[in-house]
Design a protein around this ligand. Structure first.
Ligand code: CAA
Length: 258
């Protein structure tokens, strides 16, 4: 699949830029968006020339949530039977690094997708929230878990119980986003950071991502052992020899990804 209708995909050197593109619905995430994102992220993971990805939306909305009109008439049997939203696990299975660049509304599923990224860079007018409770439901794409990990119990609980939105500055203070930049500079800033990551040795980047993510799933001792084993494993790569030789010889490394 490559003629997408709800997303735009471009390659800028080693960085893939994916833009959510359903402006008439504030980028609400329906099944077609999910299918297209799964395809685009899998293609990115496979494509050797691509080393980092940026996912963004529009200046008004990163994404205003899962598509309420698509869910409105569904019953329990439909949702449980189709394991609705389980497809997002294919997006979180992406092995290479990716960044969410958030301008405007990141609500419900929009906030949840942003939190699936390795980190979020926000425009100064970004607004994050989990307003599902106002629809008599709850987060369903991991929001209650990832938000609690990111900002702690107090703010996560308040946001899920009241639907209150968090602005960009508060999101940075709370640890939800890595930094805030002027809205109009957001995509360029995210692409610049992505280019920096894309210039790193690719296997070390995948390993670093895997071990930081393990911190959210494993007890400390197991996490530290997992880290050490991956660290040991990197000594089997050509890039480790190149990286350490380049340091000693005072020159930049030249990575092969082997
Ligand atoms: N699903 C479907 N359509 C949506 C949508 C959504 N989540 N969010 C916005 N839209 C549509 C609106 O229905 C509207 O379409 P029409 O012109 O056809 O009526 C269009 O996008 C523009 O939206 P508004 O007119 O509402 O724009 P606004 O500027 O007045 O308000 C907003 C912006 C505050 C973000 C408002 O659109 C809003 O509250 N959206 C819903 C937010 C929400 O509840 N998200 C959670 C969804 S549930 C979920 O995500 C479950 C989960 O855990 C994954």
């Amino acid at each position: 699949m490559s003629n997408y209708e709800t997303i735009l995909v471009e390659q800028r050197d080693a960085v893939t830029l994916v833009t959510l593109n359903r402006p008439q619905a504030l980028n609400a995430l329906n099944s077609q968006v999910l299918a297209e994102l799964i395809d685009a992220f899998a293609a990115y993971d496979r494509e050797e020339s691509q080393r980092c990805l940026v996912l963004t939306g529009s200046e008004k909305a990163f994404a205003a949530g899962a598509d309420i009109k698509e869910m409105q008439s569904q019953g329990f049997a439909d949702m449980y039977g189709s394991n609705f939203f389980a497809g997002w696990e294919q997006v979180t299975a992406t092995r290479k690094p990716w960044i969410a660049a958030v301008n405007g509304f990141a609500l419900g599923g929009g906030c949840e997708v942003a939190m699936m990224a390795d980190f979020i860079i926000a425009g100064d007018k970004a607004k994050f929230g989990q307003p599902e409770i106002k629809l008599a439901v709850t987060p369903g794409m991991g929001g209650s878990q990832r938000l609690a990990h990111a900002v702690g119990k107090a703010k996560a609980m308040e946001m899920c119980l009241t639907g209150r939105m968090m602005g960009a500055e508060e999101a940075e203070r709370a640890g939800l986003v890595v930094r805030v930049v002027p809205a109009e500079a957001l995509v360029d800033e995210a692409l610049k950071t992505a280019a920096e990551i894309a210039a790193m040795p690719p296997l070390a980047a995948i390993a670093a991502k895997e071990m930081v993510n393990a911190a959210f799933e494993l007890p400390l001792g197991q996490g530290v052992r997992f880290e050490r084993r991956l660290f040991h494993g990197l000594f089997g790569t050509d890039d480790q020899k190149e990286g350490m030789s380049a340091f000693v010889e005072k020159r930049p490394g030249n990575w092969t990804g082997k």
